[in-house]
Design a protein around this ligand. Sequence first.
Ligand code: FES
Length: 153
Amino acid sequence: MSDSSDRRRFLEGSIKGSAAFIAFVTTLPAVGFLLRPIIARSEKKRLKVIFKSPDDANASNYVVARYEGLEDTAPGIFIKKTPEGKHVGFSATCTHAGCAVDWRQEENQFYCPCHQGKFDANGKNIAGPPPRPLDMLNLQIVDGQLFVEETEA
Ligand code: FES
């Protein structure tokens, strides 16, 4: 083989290698963009629900609970267990201006003391200024413990 033939082969290999490297580097962000929803889903946070009493986990009427790690006085969440055995929960934060709502069992509705907002037992805004229903919680049972999975912002 001649020197020029070797040089030509070396240059061709270098060009092909450079082209492959450039193609790899330019497609990497696109691959990351496509995989982002899958990666983000796996990064969702699960917050453990803490009841005042363990029996509250089986309450058929709404009881106040909170997330693990928060103070007892932090805005809570309301949880109940349906006759079918499914847990249902709502954030206690009013959708008007963020006050904490109360559950009024005798009226079968949530009540916000700040501006007299009302929500029915399904969290739907039915009176006063709240512009939308209470935030429904995505509840999951993992190893016998109740967790709230944070929704995407
Ligand atoms: S903050 Fe609840 S009604 Fe205004």
